[in-house]
Design a protein around this ligand. Sequence first.
Ligand SMILES: Cc1cc2nc3c(=O)[nH]c(=O)nc-3n(C[C@H](O)[C@H](O)[C@H](O)COP(=O)(O)OP(=O)(O)OC[C@H]3O[C@@H](n4cnc5c(N)ncnc54)[C@H](O)[C@@H]3O)c2cc1C
Length: 456
Amino acid sequence: MSAALLLDRLTLDADQILTGDAINEDYSHDECVNVAAVMPAVVLTPRSAEEVSQILTLANELGVAVTCRGAGTGLSGAAIPDTDGILLSLERMAAVIEIDEANHVAVVQPGVTLGELDEALAPYGLVYPILPGEESASLGGNVATNAGGMRAVKYGVTRHQVLGMEAVLPTGEIIRSGGKYVKFTTGYDLGQLIIGSEGTLAVVTEVTLKVVPRLAHKATLLAPFATLAEVTEAVPTILHAGLVPLMLEYVDAMAMSATSESLGLDLGMPAEIKEGALAYLLVVLESSDDDRLQADLERAGSIVGEAGAMDIYVLPAAAGAQVLEAREKAFWVAKEHGANDIIDVVVPRASIPEYLDTVGGLAAEHEAWVAGAGHAGDGNVHLSVFQGDAEKCSALMTAILAAGMELGGTISAEHGIGLAKRDYVRALEDPAKLALMRRIKQAFDPNGILNPGKIF
Ligand SMILES: Cc1cc2nc3c(=O)[nH]c(=O)nc-3n(C[C@H](O)[C@H](O)[C@H](O)COP(=O)(O)OP(=O)(O)OC[C@H]3O[C@@H](n4cnc5c(N)ncnc54)[C@H](O)[C@@H]3O)c2cc1C
């Protein structure tokens, strides 16, 4: 059923409804490297949960597909609309409703971006600690993808910071789940089910987030290693020492050199170290107290040294920020260089070297080039796959994802499935789990109008 049919029954203002040439091309895609853009029939920009409810009630009655969009920074094609459907953009629902210092929570509308929330929290000495690589991403999108990022080793992922939410069901009812408290055993936790559901179960219209004190002192340590195995061996020792790093990242030599070159980053590392290093460990520490930070830094340095680091660089604040920016921009560099696919597998962190060895072998076998970086502290491996032949690329992807699962990992740690990884999920995931997920989808969305075709 075409979305145009419900337009005259909506009570939205004219400027909340876009059709035809008025629809910007941006609404047709996210940042995924390999899913084709689709222009929606209609873009609607509601201002409230009640307007979302009205749209969904009518769409449900008429069987019109509805796809939510936050900021469109997703990496799996999950925000790509249906040709005949509605793109529901949450951009106008972008208010920070409340910063509650007594309860350490922020209540936000879904269109608020990570950057905007950070700005709003800074004057209160608070921070929302989850930092997926893209600050322009929206909190609604973060919730829908259960976004992770570099600070997961200390703060977990989005689901660990969401205390409650308001959401609109595909059938139009507005529900609330959780609130400004950490304990909750009143039946099923529906909010946690909606987190990570990629806009297939409900539209998130308000989120209550846990926030934490913004610690004043930070330091970044960069250590080149001759092997990746040494990098991952250092990780549990750092954690066992009770250092609680904010970030523990690895970057492989190819990704480091491509990113440094693209961003003009020069850390003054001697040529023999650059040539010999196969992997880099990045440790970011934070503290409310500078003396404690320096002591932690010294301890981390000696652990990293004992683990076999070729050298250790404690980076001045500006250089530390540059390296982290480079790490965050690794995706754009891969995209610019024409990556054919992106991998976001998570394995138990101690299995990263074994996994990457297997991946190296598979890449050679499939005549491909694979480079990457990842969250060494939590086992999340990000790889860019370069193999221009679609069939070979798909066979390689299947093998790489299956290898991660064999080690006890899973296909996506944080980017989600969307359209990009859907066929791999169908091929590799447990059919009993997929059948249960379909029954859950059916219970939330009996007519299948919300983001149809994604995940399954
Ligand atoms: C350079 C770069 C680096 C990145 N690094 C990371 C990273 O480190 N970790 C990480 O996890 N991700 C990362 N991402 C991916 C992306 O930023 C996240 O997936 C983010 O959560 C998407 O938010 P968004 O607002 O852009 O959502 P969109 O792309 O607009 O949408 C994503 C999904 O959320 C759904 N959705 C959006 N809003 C709502 C809502 N209100 N209710 C219900 N469903 C909704 C959409 O339908 C879609 O399924 C990165 C992306 C880029 C471009």
